[in-house]
Design a protein around this ligand. Structure first.
Ligand SMILES: [Zn+2]
Length: 107
């Protein structure tokens, strides 16, 4: 945990008036107003980051970027690993195969 994370944890504990459990993670973002979010787990924290990045890069927080073809698509069309790591289309195994899933366009 770096100094900034420790500071955010302290701020969150102050706002809550109690200590955080070790598995709780504090997410901080600098939007129009600096905001702290107390996440129940690191997985939830990663979800917030993924949604935030999607919103910033493609305008829709529900989309995920395929690490192979770099396209943004709905969860379900891209497989999102639970343990983190890159999302990808199931038919999109390497950048060389990036054309494959575009041929199966939805009806
Ligand atoms: Zn893809």
């Amino acid at each position: 945990m770096n100094q900034r994370d420790k500071k955010h944890r302290l701020e969150a504990m102050e706002a809550l008036g109690r200590r955080l459990r070790p598995d709780q993670v504090v997410h901080h973002w600098y939007g129009e107003e600096p905001t702290l979010v107390i996440c129940p787990s690191q997985a939830y924290h990663m979800l917030l980051h993924a949604r935030q990045r999607a919103l910033e890069e493609c305008g829709n927080p529900d989309l995920r970027q395929c690490i192979n073809c770099r396209e943004w698509d709905f969860i379900g069309n891209v497989n999102v690993p639970r343990q983190g790591g890159g999302s990808r289309h199931s038919g999109c195994k390497s950048p060389n195969q990036r054309v494959a899933h575009h041929l199966r366009s939805p009806k």
